[in-house]
Design a protein around this ligand. Structure first.
Ligand SMILES: Nc1ncnc2c1ncn2[C@@H]1O[C@H](COP(=O)(O)OP(=O)(O)OP(=O)(O)O)[C@@H](O)[C@H]1O
Length: 591
């Protein structure tokens, strides 16, 4: 598996047992369905006994009249079997579909709770395959496989009892059926589960490839890398093919061995029964009944191979599901959240803030101290890779500081409930993500009711109103997946509108104007100036024009703030600042 730690090996039973909390929700319908299936199997097993009576009646010279009640019984039993099969399916279908939905909803809700650090580590395709195909595997097993594992095992035991009742020496046939079955099952379990797991992980990897190439289609085409990507996909899909073939090979051996069992049993029954009939210990009818019983047990025994395969597949689907569900959210809610002092002023303090990314060895931030007064705008400036974006993620707690603290109005952000924190702090990222939804829905992402007037105000501030009105359905226009049908500047402005909607107390803007042309940038800046006037803002800035919006500028170097002042003060006093601004400006002139 390419994205996550190696899974802890568990037995199939232990993996299946983890589904317990969900299975308990459907235990009644499962029990009814199993009962109906058992009834149907039991009804089927009555047929050999009826056959015995029919044959014995004919061999004893009984007339047609004697056969009528037996034939009527066979008909009733047959109809009962069909009816019970219908009941079995009807009883279980809805509850297991509900169970699949509940598990899927719980997974999605958990994914929403998990921190950015988790999503940085996991490939989208791996999560997708867990949320879709693994849960379908689990549902199918619970609706069918699990029930038949129990029912078929009981049917085989019941058949064994019928054989012994017909004539005790047939017990040898029963033992000859059951013992190898148990042996083969245990031999098969470990090997198949490993391959089933590999195949599910490879499906996840393939889903990731498709996802990445769809999202990155422009880059792939622009660089003419289509054939390269196709070859890589073909190689990975060939690996999955090999795994599937290995699965089939393992299954084929098990299947062949299992299918051979009832065939051998039929021969053994004929041999033992033939001797019994020859020696006068057994009626011909009992022999026919014994053979019919063994033939009837053929399906329950043959299906065991398939059922075992499904059980192993489901066990590893369960492992994969719980690997995500077990992932702990490192951004935890405080047990007793503190309220913000009212009215909220929006004072932001960073006190000796340290930060190291999970799995990284070097810290990115090494003791940041910065006070931003209510309503003040501070621009954060630094060379590329200096940690500006990282610093902005600490305010809304996308990551938690690894040392020091971030405070809002004097309260550590870790002591606030995240919903309260994020209701007061709005963020716009450099790379704006838009969802497959209307413009209105994209802007009004945050919680709570939003009025049309608020949406319009936010769109006007971010200079979106004009182009949005030109869209076919205005604010109700559905913008394409990830907003790709809009220009980069339009997307960035929509992300800005989302951040300023509802006038939050604190705005964190990560280079919000980087994709705008000079003319639009000037217009947005004018509008932003009005918005920023009363709002505490931390703005990552590369361009001098964005820096000019700020009351003060903080220079980030080597994980520390090395200079703070107005733009002109820093230009006059800090050579490092002049260097950063010059390099950003020259970068701009190149683009
Ligand atoms: N999710 C992550 N996991 C590990 N390291 C990361 C992660 N994100 C960023 N980094 C590292 O942290 C450092 C700071 O990155 P950051 O994006 O904060 O810089 P930046 O100043 O915003 O850069 P730019 O101006 O180019 O956007 C870089 O060395 C980067 O490689």
């Amino acid at each position: 598996m390419s994205t996550v730690d190696s899974p802890t090996p568990r037995s199939t039973l232990a993996s299946l047992r983890r589904l317990g909390p969900y299975v308990r929700q459907v235990r009644r319908p499962m029990a009814w369905s199993a009962l109906a299936a058992l009834g149907a199997s039991g009804a089927g097993l009555v047929i050999p006994l009826v056959t015995q009576r029919v044959v014995d009646s004919i061999t004893r010279g009984g007339g047609l009249r004697a056969l009528v009640p037996l034939l009527a019984l066979a008909l009733v039993v047959g109809l009962a079997e069909a009816g019970l099969i219908l009941v079995r399916r009807r009883v279980i279908a809805r509850p297991t579909a509900t169970l699949e939905k509940t598990m899927r909803d719980d997974l999605y809700a958990h994914l929403q709770r998990l921190p950015v650090a988790f999503h940085d580590r996991w490939q989208g395709g791996q999560l997708l395959s867990r949320a879709v195909s693994d849960l379908t595997t689990i549902r199918l097993f619970l609706a069918f496989g699990a029930i038949f594992m129990v029912v078929n095992a009981l049917t085989v035991l019941l058949g064994a009892v019928v054989l012994v009742v017909l004539w005790p020496p047939f017990g040898l046939v029963a033992v000859g059926l059951v013992v190898p079955m148990v042996f083969l099952s245990s031999l098969f379990e470990g090997r198949y589960k490993t391959v089933a797991r590999l195949s599910q992980d490879q499906v996840g990897d393939l889903a990731t490839r498709v996802e990445e190439s769809v999202l990155g289609v422009r880059v792939i085409k622009a660089f003419g890398r289509g054939p390269g990507f196709t070859a890589r996909f073909a190689a990975e899909s060939a690996a999955l093919r090999r795994t599937e073939i290995t699965k089939v090979k393992i299954l084929a051996v098990l299947w062949a061995a299992i299918i051979a069992l009832p065939e051998i049993a039929i021969g053994a029954t004929l041999l033992i029964g033939g001797i019994g009939v020859g020696q006068g210990h057994l009626s011909l009818g009992a022999l026919v009944a014994a053979v019919t019983t063994v033939v009837y047990l053929q399906w329950p025994i043959d299906s065991l191979g398939w059922l075992l395969a499904e059980a192993n597949k489901t066990a590893s689907a369960s492992d994969r599901y719980w690997e995500v569900r077990d992932a702990a959210s490192t951004i935890t809610e405080p047990t007793r959240p503190r309220p913000l002092p009212t009215p909220v002023r929006g004072a932001l303090s960073l006190r000796d803030v340290h930060f190291t990314y999970p799995d990284a060895t070097e810290p990115v931030l090494r003791g940041i101290d910065l006070e931003i007064a209510p309503g003040e705008t501070v621009a954060l400036v630094g060379l590329t890779g200096s940690g500006k974006t990282t610093l902005t993620t600490l305010v809304p707690r996308l990551f938690d500081v690894t040392g020091g603290a971030v405070l809002l109005d004097g309260v550590d952000v870790r002591e606030l409930s995240t919903s309260v924190l994020r209701a007061h702090v709005a963020t716009a990222f450099e790379d704006p993500v838009l969802f497959s939804a209307s413009v209105r829905e994209n802007v009004a992402l945050g919680p709570g009711e939003v009025t049309d007037a608020q949406v319009r105000e936010a769109l006007e501030v971010a200079h979106c109103w004009e182009f949005v009105q030109e869209l076919p359905w205005g604010v109700d226009t559905r913008i394409g997946e990830q907003g790709l049908s809009l220009s980069g500047g339009q997307r960035q402005r929509l992300a800005l509108a989302r951040a300023v909607l509802g006038r939050p107390d604190v705005l964190v803007l990560d280079d919000p104007l980087s994709a705008l042309d000079v003319h639009t940038e000037a217009e947005v800046e004018r509008a932003l100036q009005q918005v920023l006037a009363g709002v505490t803002s931390l703005v990552v800035a590369h361009r001098p024009s964005t820096v000019a919006l700020a009351d003060r500028v903080a220079l980030l170097q080597d994980g520390r703030i090395t200079a703070v002042g107005t733009h002109s003060e820093l230009l006059a006093t800090s050579a490092a600042y002049r260097h950063v601004i010059a390099s950003d400006t020259s970068e701009l002139s190149r683009t």
